[in-house]
Design a protein around this ligand. Structure first.
Ligand code: ATP
Ligand code: ZN
Length: 202
């Protein structure tokens, strides 16, 4: 029987709840600590553990049939995967933040400013929709310290409670995107795989 290949984040904010979701579906997986690929023992599903950033590409290329990622990653990667199901966890927003002592008047503030982010695609889309040209500086992590070390005048980063921003002397001034975890799928999966997927989603 054809098996359904599912990609989930190896370790990070999505991992535990992705695995819990499978458990709740009654799917038994061995806990091979470092295996990147494991098979479910009681359901025709194989799991791939990957970095979340790579999941849309794997699904688009058909290496995996479906995957669990944040909508933010899906959009940033401009991927041609479909959203099959919203999952309601890992809710967060992608927001612009600036030093908290600045008197913020509106999005024009960002004109010609240097903004650090891990989401250059989503950010430049937002800025051009607002007719603002800024200098986007892409960094892969610890974005919130960029203003403190003189790397940028603003940041665009994921926020849930806002406590990280606060403790770095920043305040959220524009919401660029709302995000949660979603199941994405390759549009070309076979009927047999669709059947497994429907059982899973059910
Ligand atoms: P990887 O090593 O797999 O690349 P990562 O460091 O890029 O991991 P995580 O920090 O584990 O990613 O975040 C994974 C996803 O969880 C994000 O893409 C986003 O959808 C969601 N997320 C990120 N930050 C928060 C937050 N503060 N609150 C809630 N969800 C978040
Ligand atoms: Zn990542």
């Amino acid at each position: 029987m054809k098996r359904l290949k599912l990609a989930i984040q190896k370790s990070g904010r999505l991992s535990e709840q992705s695995k819990q979701l499978l458990k709740d579906c009654g799917i038994k997986i061995q806990n091979g600590k470092n295996a990147l690929r494991v098979s479910a023992t009681n359901f025709p599903i194989d799991l791939f553990y990957l970095r979340d950033d790579d999941i849309p590409q794997y699904v688009q290329d058909g290496i995996a049939d479906i995957g669990i990622v944040g909508e933010n990653v899906l959009l940033e990667k401009n991927s041609r995967c479909e959203i099959l199901q919203k999952l309601g966890f890992a809710k967060c927003r992608l927001s612009l933040a600036i030093p908290k002592n600045i008197d913020y008047q509106g999005v024009e503030y960002f004109k010609n400013k240097k903004i650090a982010t891990s989401y250059p695609v989503i950010l430049s889309d937002f800025l051009s929709k607002n007719n603002v040209t800024s200098e986007i500086h892409e960094i892969s992590g610890s974005v919130e310290i960029a203003p403190n070390i003189g790397l940028a005048e603003a940041i665009c980063d994921l926020v849930s409670t806002g406590s990280t921003l606060f403790s770095n002397g920043l305040k959220e001034v524009e919401q660029v995107l709302k995000s949660e975890a979603v199941i994405i799928g390759n549009p070309n999966i076979s009927d047999a795989q669709k059947e497994i997927l429907e059982k899973l989603i059910f």
